[in-house]
Design a protein around this ligand. Sequence first.
Ligand code: SAH
Ligand code: DHB
Ligand code: MG
Length: 239
Amino acid sequence: MSQRQWIAVDEYFTGALIDIDDALHAALAASDAAGLPAIAVSPTQGKLLNLLATMTNARRILEVGTLAGYSTIWLARALPPDGRLITLESEPRHAEVARANIAKAGLADLVDVRVGAALDTLPLLARELDSGRAEPFDLVFIDADKEHNADYFAAAVRLTRPGGVIIVDNVVRGGAVLDARSDNSAIQGTRRCIEAISTEPSVTATAIQTVGAKGYDGFAIAIVAPAHSAGSAGLSTPG
Ligand code: SAH
Ligand code: DHB
Ligand code: MG
């Protein structure tokens, strides 16, 4: 088993199951042309995000980490016409490329790209929610700097409706997540995030390892307790 084989299998599934249309191709081409890093979700992962948003009937989606808007497009395509996706990006240059890609995909009316460090922009969303100017999110995709993932997760819990879904990308990193003594801040941030998930009483979660075009990595997926079952046995955290 090798990276070459993982890529070949991903290409097989992508060719068979996934329609990568002009807007998605153009988004990656524009990302490359602008010199942005090639770290967007793969087509099979993007489609998974799209399916998860569809399965949960997501009307409001939050993304932390936009890059060129490739995952944004996959997610926003699951929204109904009156849906909304807010995506947070610290780099103005990335946001600019993303806005153009999102517009080319015909999704400009559904997507709001907000520029700023997520640690600064997430509290603004909480204020909008508290003041009744916004509704909670049905689905949150966390995929920015991994250092702050525990904070992003805590903010996501606060911003997500009961029964809503929180997905965290890149929680395996070739298995490096096992290294409790890692001097890599991304690994430490991921481990703090897993700890935060495990100790957050209002969520129940799992993590799934993946191989494919993006190497050996994985997602954590959590649901916020439905209003009627908070504190029930099914949602208790392991001791
Ligand atoms: N979700 C994208 C990939 C995101 S890459 C996709 O799959 O298509 C991570 C992005 O997070 C980068 O664009 C980076 O600039 C952004 N980022 C890094 N630190 C951030 C921060 N503190 N706040 C918001 N965005 C940040
Ligand atoms: C990196 C970031 C990501 O979000 C990802 O999916 C893959 C790689 C990175 O920073 O290297
Ligand atoms: Mg990622």
